[in-house]
Design a binder for this molecule. Structure first.
Ligand SMILES: [Zn+2]
Length: 271
């Protein structure tokens, strides 16, 4: 019904694996809630994508980076520089594990950012290696974001968003092999967003993602970070669907998940 109030949106800005094409940018997304726009990873041409959503760069309040691979952080130094050139004054908070923060700081040092005059404040918040799945890395009256380290080539964080006023939750795997840590983090989530690069070291296939979502008792599965295209992509969804009782969806660039407080899961997914 119309009065269903949308309390947050999670919009996919890219859905591809590391090799994008005309329709699929590298995987990253934007969580919008309570006047905050939290960017999750920043692979590349972020300004164009933000403008396309009728937002300005000043609207980005926090940046969460899942790991220091170029298809997830390749655009961060440009983002930081462009925010400065666009005369940003409000602080930016960057949340990531120490490996990622060190990599980013080295990159920015190499760019000479300390000599850029009137640079806005950047707050680095480190995710410690021993963090447990209940300790928030970000918290507001409406959302709690928690994390776990998953099984990828370097320190990598999966994320869980709990919309506390509604009791709804979304979990995002980032890049990982199927792993118990993510199953624990994602337990009972309404939507599991899982990478489906393909079965290889450090990654998961769509079938792996479906099995993980089943073990996590999720209601819905969204496949992202995929390599396949065309008919092979739909075959991948069909294979995953055979392993998961709930609906399996494919994430598209600019697709938005609307988080509402009503309904069985309360999610309205634009497809
Ligand atoms: Zn990746």
């Amino acid at each position: 019904m119309w009065e269903t109030k949308i309390m947050a949106t999670l919009q996919f800005l890219g859905t591809s694996n590391s090799t994008p094409d005309l329709e699929h940018g590298n995987t990253h997304m934007l969580l919008s809630i309570d006047q905050h726009n939290i960017l999750i990873d920043c692979p590349g041409d972020i300004i164009q994508r933000i403008l396309k959503m009728h937002l300005s760069m000043d609207h980005i309040t926090e940046l969460i980076l899942t790991h220091f691979h170029p298809d997830h952080v390749g655009g961060v130094s440009l983002l930081l520089m462009d925010m400065w050139l666009m005369h940003r004054t409000r602080p930016l908070t960057i949340i990531a594990n120490r490996h990622t923060l060190n990599g980013l700081q080295n990159l920015m040092d190499a760019s000479g950012w300390h000599s850029w005059p009137n640079f806005y404040p950047v707050n680095f918040v480190a995710i410690e290696e021993d963090i447990d799945i209940h300790t928030p890395i970000y918290e507001s009256p409406s959302v709690k974001i928690t994390t776990t380290f998953v099984n990828h080539f370097l320190p990598t964080n999966a994320l869980r968003f709990d919309f506390v006023k509604c009791g709804k939750a979304i979990a995002y795997s980032s890049d990982t092999e199927p792993c118990q840590q993510f199953i624990d983090l994602a337990q009972g989530a309404n939507i599991v967003i899982h990478e489906a690069t393909g079965a290889s070291m450090g990654h998961s296939s769509a079938v792996d993602a479906a099995r993980v979502a089943t073990k996590a008792n999720a209601d819905e599965l969204v496949l992202i970070h995929y390599e396949k295209r065309g008919e092979e992509l739909w075959e991948m969804v069909r294979e995953a669907q055979q392993q998961f009782a709930g609906p399996v969806y494919l994430a598209y660039d600019y697709q938005k998940i609307e988080i509402t407080c009503k309904g069985k899961t309360g999610f309205l997914v634009e497809r």
